[in-house]
Design a protein around this ligand. Structure first.
Ligand code: GLU
Length: 306
């Protein structure tokens, strides 16, 4: 395991799931996480979140690493692949179990859909209503975390003070799935803790699960990193990136004649580092990066890129 040398006070990470190409939203997050630590002389590490082995593919992860290198972002130290870390996740689960913070769940997808009723507006999160929490007969292969009640307060580097009640957002999160895969919440929290990550930069779509992850860190005795949740990248008309432009990554942009330098210029401009999108290198942006210059909201891609 990568341990944090005493000289390194800031360690950021980018943690994509290798289930597709890195699209513009992922690349913007990668650059912001890289700039944020580089601007303060910190370390940047890359982690492949391939814990869901049914959806992840090694070659997609390798292509993602190549795209990041082409843009000038290289991991300090070896890339960690979550699929190789089952033993660590098992240990964390066992420790939660010993504390009485885990319970088996036999809800099927269909049960969950029925229990949840209509989808919530906005982010589409449906809290787990706790059906198996109170069941006397404890059955099921899947495992959930017994979320402590109450409000969680945290500071977002970009959004400022945040306050959430995770029981109304995720409810008790799944940590081990019935198909035998460890779940995202467990792997992300264990790895950020064990890798000594001090700063998590990710998309605003994950803001609503942060309080749940903080509760899990607390239960596992792990250090809380700083968080920054970036506005999402949208189509040029402001709508959610769809099938057509969701596939817009380095290769598709190259086909449209857009170079890595031009892409970096646009990304750097979108993060408040440049007055106008002009071609540059990632290293040219480091001195200009500051969280208080990064716009909060979503950012639309240029229509000429679609
Ligand atoms: N692997 C997650 C994703 O690609 C991101 C996890 C995180 O940054 O916490 O959506």
């Amino acid at each position: 395991m990568v341990s944090l040398p005493p000289s390194v006070r800031i360690r950021g990470r980018f943690a994509p799931s290798p289930t597709g190409i890195l699209h513009l939203g992922n690349l913007r997050t990668a650059l912001a996480s890289w700039l944020s630590v580089r601007a303060r002389g910190g370390e940047w590490i890359l982690r492949m979140e391939d814990v869901d082995t049914t959806r992840s593919r090694r070659e997609l992860g390798e292509a993602q690493i190549r795209d990041l290198v082409a843009l000038g972002m290289e991991s300090d130290g070896p890339v960690l692949w979550q699929s190789e870390r089952g033993d660590c996740y098992r240990e964390a689960l066992d420790s939660l179990d010993r504390k009485g913070l885990l319970y088996p769940c036999d809800c099927s997808r269909k049960d969950l859909a029925l229990l949840a009723g209509a989808p919530h507006e906005g982010d589409g999160l449906r809290p787990y209503p706790g059906r198996c929490r109170a069941k006397a007969a404890r059955e099921g292969r899947a495992m959930r975390f017994l979320l402590p009640p109450g409000r969680v307060l945290w500071q977002d580097l970009l959004l400022g003070s945040q306050s959430d009640e995770p029981e109304h957002l995720t409810g008790d999160p799944l940590l081990f799935r019935r198909d035998g895969c460890y779940a995202y919440h467990l792997a992300v929290v264990v790895d950020d803790g064990e890798q000594g990550v001090t700063e998590v930069v990710r998309g605003a779509d994950l803001r609503a699960v942060t309080a749940t992850q903080i509760r899990l860190q607390e239960a596992l005795g792990l250090r809380r990193p700083d968080y920054a949740h970036l506005g999402l990248v949208t189509s040029s008309d402001g709508s959610r990136l769809g099938k057509r432009d969701g596939g817009l990554g380095l290769a598709a942009l190259a086909e449209r004649g857009i170079s890595p330098g031009e892409l970096l210029g646009w990304l750097g401009w979108s993060l408040g580092c440049l007055e106008a999108p002009e071609p540059c290198l990632a290293t040219d942006l480091v001195h200009a990066f500051a969280w208080d210059r990064v716009p909060h909201g979503p950012i639309a891609i240029p229509s000429s890129w679609e």
